[in-house]
Write a protein that binds this ligand. Sequence first.
Ligand code: HEC
Ligand SMILES: [Cu+2]
Length: 506
Amino acid sequence: MISHFSGSLKLVKKLSLLTAIFALTFSASAQSAEEGKKLFDANCVSCHAIKEQVVGPALKDVHKRKDEAWLIKWIKNSQAVVKSGDAYAVELYNKYNQSVMTSFEGLSDAQVKSILAYVKQESEAAPAAVAASGTESASSTAAAPAAGANKQTKSRIHWLLVIIVGLLAVVITQVFSILDTVGKIQGREVINWNKVNATLMLVFGIAGLAFTVWEFVVHGKLTVNANTAASEHGVGIDKMFNITLLFTGIVFVITQVALFYFAFKYKKRKNEKAFFYSHNDKLEYIWTIIPAIVLTVLVINGLKYWNKIFAKPAEGTPKIEVFAYQFGWTARYPGSDKELGSYDFRQIGKSNALGVLTDDPKSADDFTSSEIHLPVNKPVTLKFRAKDVIHSAYLPHFRVQMNCVPGLPTEFTFTPTITTADKQAELGDPTFDYALLCNKICGSAHYRMKVKVVIDTEENYKKWVAEQKPAFAKKAEEVPAAAPAEVNAVQASKDKTTKKALASVK
Ligand code: HEC
Ligand SMILES: [Cu+2]
């Protein structure tokens, strides 16, 4: 059975690999699909996936639903299509609770076409595998259903186990109740319930402690805290956590062992009366004063450390803005003047995703990025902003977390100490990447709010910075490919409003 299933599984994998290669070699649009993937990842993944509904519909087979001209019009400005009274558009808009899709007027027709080519390629990827297997023998046609059947068998086995355990419990209780009844009829005690319960207490205590140890050993490895912190202050935070864990751990083991062992040892026996013991001042002093001292030390230590972490950063610490929105992040770097241009939330709109004031000379060299690059061993201040709801910037490997609140800028200064390459070597995993995640349940696609964080050597970091292009320059000719299209479109925006806004901010 099992070998048959795994054999079929392998076949499915091989077939899908074949079709993937086929699609890559023979698709005329492979090149543009590749570009399309990049654009899609930068602009659309926060609301769309190919095969599942996120904020917007699954885009699978969208090219079959509507023609290219319509799709281009829609993607560039969906609201215009809705307002034109297009029946399909109006229905779609209402079906998605009138959530407004971002406009992408900054994307060229060619760019939209390559996104569509990518969507088409992805749409065709899965069914192609099934179609290909259909032309083979009967066994390969069965391959795909077999994979599903395998899953089904597993879940059936799980349910069977649950039923067996349940029946076992029923049988055991029945046996006990029969013995009990027999005892009552014969007028003697067949089961000593006190003894049974006391023994169960002991078993439960031992099993619970063993399970705790197992949890720590097996699942502890899976937490980020199992790896060395990749920031200066993170090492200290870990130390505090471990000290707290040590003290609470000792107390936990002592109290649990005492609780279950005493329940066992002092079970009720015949002709024995419980000893009445009202209180003991000395004991109460001990268990009040010792925890009070330990907790005070832990709390004062923590406060001292907190103040150190949130001390005013040294003059000249580089500042990078991290802008949070539903559902993604955009980093804004200050450029060569080392100063971020000012912003005004009233300017946030279709063509100015970050609300950056393009009239401010400091904005001219700012650049944006969908990845966060930082140099190693250099302190950096991340300045957080949120567009819509409260998000929480979480960089677990650096032990950094800060809420991003609309209208209330927050910041966190820290020093990364391990480059991505060194961390990959340490973990023996060349695919490892640091990440910035959202740690607040901020909406339906909250789980997609993740960007890559790259810690580089000073030299590589400078190289990366040199490759970036200003996103807000007034008359820049080139448009940075990595930045979201809406940001690029800022270049085209008129100056009048920003001038006014700048004046009002100043
Ligand atoms: C802010 C979220 C958001 C972003 C970002 C977004 N979309 Fe949408 N999209 C939607 C919503 C919501 C709908 C459903 C219609 C509506 O409510 O306006 C939609 C509908 C669509 C449709 C029509 C689907 C159908 O079934 O007919 C297409 C095509 C589409 N989006 C393409 C894109 C592309 C391409 C991008 C990236 C360049 C993108 N969208 C970015 C939210 C988004
Ligand atoms: Cu969020």
